[in-house]
Design a protein around this ligand. Sequence first.
Ligand code: PEP
Ligand code: MN
Length: 448
Amino acid sequence: MTVNAESSISVAGWRDLPAAQQPDYPDQDALRGVIEDLQGYPPLVFAGECDQLRERLGAVARGEAFLLQGGDCAEAFDQVGADQIRAKLKTLLQMSAVLTYAASVPVVKVGRIAGQYSKPRSKPVETRDGVTLPSYRGDSVNGPEFTAEARTPDPERLRRMYHASAATLNLVRGFTTGGYADLRQVHAWNQDFVRTSASGQRYEVLAREIDRALSFMQACGADPAEFHSVEFYASHEALLLDYEAALTRVDSRSGKLYDVSGHMVWVGERTRQLDGAHIEFVSGIRNPLGVKLGPSTTVEEALTLIDRLDPEREPGRLTFITRMGADRIRDRLPDLVEKVTASGAQVAWVCDPMHGNTFEAASGHKTRRFDDVLDEVKGFFEVHHGLGTHPGGIHVELTGDDVTECVGGGNEIFVDDLHQRYETACDPRLNRSQSLDLAFLVAEMYRA
Ligand code: PEP
Ligand code: MN
């Protein structure tokens, strides 16, 4: 890997195009200084790992694997601690164990983690009591406190994002390969959930089947290495192009460019303009890519995105993450899937059942109903089953902690409970129990 590549082979074309949702830094010299430093920092991930994930996602696109992608809406610098990271990972591993068994296909595990610090906002400013300040854009840009000082974009935060991502990734690598992720232990956690959760009995049959399957394997003397460690990948929205470009390097093996800030990066619903900087930037890197598709997406846009981002029609290169809303998915998704499939492209289709289902509760909290989340996933499965295409995975905002941010679920959270533990830095997340509920319910859909 040679240090920063923009001068040799280039991802610089994006600089001539309009880039939505970028911070307005008051001190451009300070920004340049930080970027120069970032260009010299070591990669956070390696090109070979990105290639391996692209292969795994190829299996998803071909219908041979399922993607579980999840984590915070926005990571926060003050949440980079062993307990929080462990709890998130544990929840994802528990969900994955259930889904692997139910679907009898490999589950590709990708966190919204170790880099998910930047947020697109629907409004550039926020007004409180007659005072107007820039919106909070994630810890990589400014602080959430409502003061002029905190809300002023500070490029030093890009450096902090790099270090927070490195520390997180280091712990994730330790947990996933160092014995913590042992399948028998993950299963024991799930048994515990089934025993102690309000809706747990519903899942008893499935949990018992998994237990029998594991006991059978053990009785046979089978103890594959795959039981002891897991492959886990990091992903985030490629929003701040200065940061992503500073971490884009030439892979010495292939001579190709990789954004080494994360294994997979995606372009969000607000920045996926075909003539914009974000699509141009990601078209130049070899990482597996995601693009969020909201309810206004046209077939033509989807086909053009494929031409731009996956001209070779390589399964695993491009994942479409649809986020239509529970009330629209059955309407909006079929045409897209049908026409994209007819075009011969093999993208992976993944359901984000969160972002189309956000509303403001009477209490003023931004929230989501667990039933809407579930209904969008149901609609996603129905559409794909109807067309004979593969429902490739789910993309969810979750935390391993017992927060009260989304309403409903087996341990029901009511609107009046939201204030109790509403901790998200941005959008409302499923808590641990709601996430496991979702995994068991998606597992049931698989078998239906
Ligand atoms: C997100 O994933 O947090 C997000 C902002 O999503 P979208 O781009 O789909 O709105
Ligand atoms: Mn979000």
